[in-house]
Design a protein around this ligand. Structure first.
Ligand code: SAH
Length: 364
């Protein structure tokens, strides 16, 4: 469906270069070193996506940059605004693949939900993104650019990035199957001379790519972690999330235990649990889930219960709100803290598991 159309020659996407690479790039381009810093600020602090807007750079340098590099590879195809203020951006990469990003406003704090892949290789049965399959990994630059585009749309180009901005790696794709680019993008975005969104303001969600949970546990400067569990038993989890055949619940729990040991003071991590009516939301399953966490001695964890966002192509329905409340109560009475995630942007297909490059009529 998404033909690989090369619309652009292979220019270097400078938005995806970390400072040291930008220095190298500048040196190769025959420019003085200090230009690297100026360029970094233009790209990430001022969030400019055209070199010609960086008027502090000499014209000859800008012309040179235009020849060999680009600061804009994503194009917004459509933007949808929900009645609750959530915005969904449907973008295209320069080679024609869909990328979706969601802006979720809330009082005192905004969240941007970015995608790590175009489509997704995992086949979670309750998720619409899964229907796309994996189209390709996004580059570090494409990850960073999503955030720049959203910030520019919401706050205007050239404004300072608001300090309350949080990021969640919970859009399309499995972030831990594009680990290197993800970590690189987070590094670029954390720079004080750029977006200055530090890892403490970022949460990345994984379906349970166990080796990467161990790897991230060792990183000093790392984002918060959420692990999608969605079932208390292997039998059910394998049905819902086939990745469980590769790494089962026991392996995920052992990795989570190691991760827990690496938490900073006061920090917790999260298990996500999509509530599917009549499938994984019974009282018994709530008890099993609490017992599971207790069995592995996990203490600094909370459960985010996500009411299922339905779609015609999915065979599931959301749990009864009363059952959601009971499920949460049972967890809590068994010593596990639980929260119910409020669905946002459902009317524009922006909620969890709804990102499937869908265009809807009310788009602008
Ligand atoms: N691949 C990663 C990142 C996706 S995050 C992961 O699986 O964690 C998206 C979150 O939304 C995951 O917790 C996923 O289980 C959940 N989700 C997927 N489809 C959903 C749906 N239709 N309704 C509610 N939540 C859904």
């Amino acid at each position: 469906m998404y033909a690989k159309i090369r619309t652009m020659s292979e220019k270097i996407h400078v938005t995806g270069l970390e400072s040291s690479e930008l220095f190298e790039f500048i040196e190769k381009a025959g420019e003085p070193k200090y230009r690297a810093k100026q360029l970094f600020k233009g790209l990430h602090e001022r969030r400019l996506r055209a070199f010609d807007e960086m008027t502090d750079l000499p014209k000859a340098f800008r012309d040179n940059l235009n020849e060999i590099a680009t600061a804009s590879t994503l194009a917004v195809e459509s933007k949808y605004i929900s009645e609750d203020g959530t915005r969904r951006y449907l973008m295209n990469t320069s080679d024609g693949y869909p990328v979706e990003t969601v802006y979720i406003p809330s009082t005192g704090r905004d969240t941007i939900c970015f995608s790590s892949q175009s489509g997704c290789p995992l086949k979670c049965d309750f998720c619409l993104t899964a229907k796309l399959g994996l189209l390709r990994n996004l580059t570090a630059g494409e990850i960073v650019e999503q955030i720049i585009i959203v910030l520019n749309d919401v706050y205007g180009v050239g404004t300072a990035t608001p300090h309350g901005t949080n990021l969640v790696g919970m859009g399309a794709g499995e972030p831990f199957m594009n680990f290197e680019n993800l970590i690189k993008a987070l590094g670029i975005m954390s720079s004080e001379e750029g977006l200055f969104i530090v890892p403490n303001r970022v949460t990345v969600s994984t379906a349970g790519i166990v080796p990467k949970i161990y790897e991230i546990a060792q990183l000093g400067n790392r984002p918060h972690l959420a692990i999608s569990l969605s079932a208390p038993t292997d039998e059910l989890r394998t049905k819902l999330m086939p990745i469980n055949k590769r790494w089962n619940i026991d392996e995920v729990m052992k990795a989570a235990r190691v991760f827990e040991k690496s938490l900073k003071r006061g920090e917790r991590f999260t298990f996500e649990y999509v509530l599917l009516g009549g499938v994984n939301d019974s009282d018994e399953q709530a008890v099993e889930l609490a017992e599971l966490l207790n069995r592995y001695g996990l203490r600094r964890v909370k459960i985010n219960l996500i009411p299922h966002n339905s779609a015609e192509q999915l065979d599931y329905h959301p749990s009864d709100p009363e059952q959601v409340a009971r499920f949460k109560e049972i967890l809590e009475s068994n010593g596990v803290s639980a929260y119910v995630r409020q669905p946002r942007g459902r009317d524009i297909y922006a909620a969890c598991g709804q990102l499937a490059a869908k265009t809807v009529d009310s788009g602008s």
